[in-house]
Design a protein around this ligand. Structure first.
Ligand SMILES: Cc1cc2nc3c(=O)[nH]c(=O)nc-3n(C[C@H](O)[C@H](O)[C@H](O)COP(=O)(O)O)c2cc1C
Length: 194
């Protein structure tokens, strides 16, 4: 596939086959990620892949965080127990959960530069993954803004910012494209001085 085709044909994947992507393929995919532009060559991206039984750690951290945020109830009722059980199972069926974080910069310009570079890294990862037949869902969840979530994963929320959690695996189903707004509606050329 050409890069132009890949850019258009990549889709966010919501359902995955159960089999893992081999570690050497994941490593190659993340290596393509690292070719993202990065101001001052800071290469701010850091990646933790949760797979196999390691998934329990991020799943538990996510559930605990949702309980603290009041998104999930844990009141001992059968209904709450079933909801938590089904979320746990749904998340466990996803082959890889990939945490992406970067060191916090106090200066807002620097902070934006680092976040932007990390987003470029993520898009490179998504495109490279597609070339390997691997699907990705880029997620931003409320737990990523909750300090306890980072702490439960052994990270300091004062020192690092969690940018995303990617769900990864071989696609079970590829959604139909939602298309895009014609760029003519959002594109202007400025060709005069006034
Ligand atoms: C920063 C970012 C965060 C996203 N977070 C979520 C998310 O939390 N859940 C989700 O289902 N999709 C999420 N998406 C994926 C978008 O929903 C998806 O890109 C959009 O629907 C277009 O579909 P496509 O990627 O297949 O073209 C996110 C995308 C971006 C760029």
């Amino acid at each position: 596939m050409t890069i132009l085709q890949t850019i258009k044909e990549r889709r966010s994947i919501h359902s995955f086959k159960k089999e893992n992507v081999p570690p050497h393929i994941l490593k190659e995919i993340f290596t393509y990620g690292t070719w993202a532009p990065t101001h001052y060559m800071k290469e701010p991206w850091n990646v933790i892949v949760y797979e196999n039984e390691g998934k329990q750690r991020i799943i538990q951290a996510t559930i605990d965080s949702y309980v603290r945020l009041g998104v999930l109830k844990k009141d001992g009722t059968e209904k709450a127990r079933k909801t938590i059980h089904s979320i746990r199972q749904f998340l466990f069926d996803i082959p890889h959960h990939v945490l992406i974080y970067f060191p916090i910069e106090e200066d807002p310009v620097r902070y934006e530069e680092e976040y932007a570079a990390v987003c470029a890294f993520i898009q490179n990862v998504q495109l490279a993954a597609w070339e390997y037949g691997v699907g990705v869902l880029w997620t931003i969840t409320p737990s990523m803004h909750e300090e306890g979530f980072a702490k439960d994963l052994g990270l300091s929320p004062q020192e690092v910012k969690i940018a995303a959690v990617l769900q990864m695996g071989y696609p079970e189903k590829v959604p139909v494209s939602k298309g895009r707004t014609n760029i003519e509606q959002k594109l202007q050329f400025c060709r005069t001085r006034e």
